[in-house]
Design a protein around this ligand. Structure first.
Ligand SMILES: [Zn+2]
Length: 423
């Protein structure tokens, strides 16, 4: 018996040893996102998918696979807190009337791969149709599909006639599909429960009207204070955070009072909103790149002029108010509304975040440690530190001198210890 145990133990040990994969990354410059400083000539040791050592005097084991990034700038994997990774518009009428959710489901993996290849190892996906986001997340987690680690919201919860509804059509046009439309305290509670039932990691709702839909006024609140309170309270019971789509000042302030974790867009944010967000520690997730893309491309896609006019109303003001919020010290997390513009261009927003008030270091922190904090995964992501997932990217050049090197000169992507790009 004793002998048998010894043999068994040695088999287990040999097996475990053979299975253990050790990787050592030599980093020329390494960004410490928690301290906000760069260190020269560092070594990162990775066992399987986790970081086990980081520093200037780390001994590289003989059995380690060495990845030489000694001429590169190494950053934690980037995190986009506002994506719609399952979808990308091509033509307004065709997207609405000639495509089904099956078309969306069948192409979603393409966008997931592009996003990961652009250095975004994690995304918070804030609204998709037919639970396609949940299926995509699961397929990525099980290794069947290549893409970022996803935290998903399921259906966008919105009131009847709101940004979350289909608007602008005859009352006799009906779409036979699931939706996130819910009204009243009981209705919104039920919709929160339904999203969670089918696998949502967080809740997203529309506090105000939107831009890329045909309902009136981008600014007006679309839920009562009671409904917003109920959404946040119900989500909290289930241990979920809430993101509020909010452009108008009144709706922003109502959502912050209700206790949401983040304000998405924040276009007409006013002084009261800034004060409330600071007091409550609410994150601002402002998509300040995509205005350029919408104004240059959406007319060609047949998007109604009414929608484009709304974007003109919002774009510039949103950037100015972002700058005000940054100056006032509101917490900022990186979020781009990808899907509104082509997936894979997520890093183009760094330029605008720096142009409108963040330092390059703060912009990278918004896309790493702050984003991880907002999602609730700071213990596992957002920095290159012991015990965290090995989500690591590398670029040529110095993002402190020119932050656009992140979008233009990315050379290496590792997610969860696995290399997806290495040039
Ligand atoms: Zn969005």
């Amino acid at each position: 018996m004793k002998n048998f145990l010894c043999v068994l133990l040695s088999i287990i040990c040999t097996y475990a040893f053979a299975q253990e994969k050790i990787t050592a990354i030599k980093a020329g410059k390494l960004f410490d996102s928690e301290k906000g400083i760069f260190f020269d000539n560092q070594v990162i040791l990775i066992k399987d998918n986790l970081i086990t050592e980081v520093g200037g005097n780390v001994r590289i084991p003989a059995n380690a696979q060495v990845i030489d990034l000694s001429k590169k700038t190494v950053l934690p994997g980037l995190i986009d807190c506002h994506t719609h990774i399952t979808f990308q518009p091509e033509n307004y009428m065709e997207d609405l009337f000639r495509k089904s959710p099956i078309d969306v489901a069948i192409t979603a993996h393409i966008y997931a791969k592009r996003t990961l290849q652009a250095g975004f190892t994690t995304c918070r996906d804030v609204g998709a149709s037919e639970y396609i986001d949940i299926a995509l997340r699961n397929a990525i987690n099980s290794g069947k599909v290549e893409g970022p680690r996803l935290y998903v919201a399921g259906f966008f919860i919105g009131a009847t006639g709101s940004h979350g509804d289909l608007t602008g059509f005859s009352p006799y046009v009906h779409f036979q599909q699931e939706s996130g439309v819910a009204d009243g305290v009981d209705g919104v509670r039920k919709m929160v429960r339904k999203n969670i039932k089918y696998g949502a990691d967080l809740i997203k709702f529309g506090a105000t009207a939107g831009v890329l839909t045909e309902e009136e006024s981008v600014g007006a609140p679309q839920y009562s204070q009671e409904e917003m309170n109920a959404i946040v309270e119900e989500a909290k019971l289930w241990g979920k955070k809430v993101a509020a789509h909010a452009h108008g000042a009144e709706g922003i302030n109502m959502a912050v009072k209700a206790g949401v974790s983040s304000i998405e867009h924040g276009s007409f944010l006013n002084d009261e909103g800034i004060r409330l967000m600071k007091e409550k520690g609410t994150y601002l997730v402002a998509d300040i790149y995509n205005d350029d893309y919408i104004l240059s491309e959406y007319s060609k896609m047949g998007v109604p002029q009414k929608i484009i006019d709304k974007e003109k109303l919002v774009g510039r003001v949103q950037r100015e108010n972002f700058q005000k919020a940054v100056k006032a010290g509101v917490k900022v997390a990186y979020g781009t509304d990808s899907g509104v513009y082509p997936h894979g261009d997520n890093a183009k927003q760094f330029f605008y975040m720096v142009k409108y008030g963040l330092t390059p270091i703060q912009a990278i922190q918004a896309a790493t440690i702050n984003a991880a904090d907002l999602i609730g995964i700071k213990d596992k992501a957002g920095s290159i530190a012991v015990g965290k997932w090995a989500d690591i990217i590398a670029i040529d050049g110095d993002p402190q001198q020119d932050v656009t090197v992140i979008e233009k000169k990315l050379t290496f992507v590792m997610k969860d210890g696995k290399v997806y790009r290495n040039q």
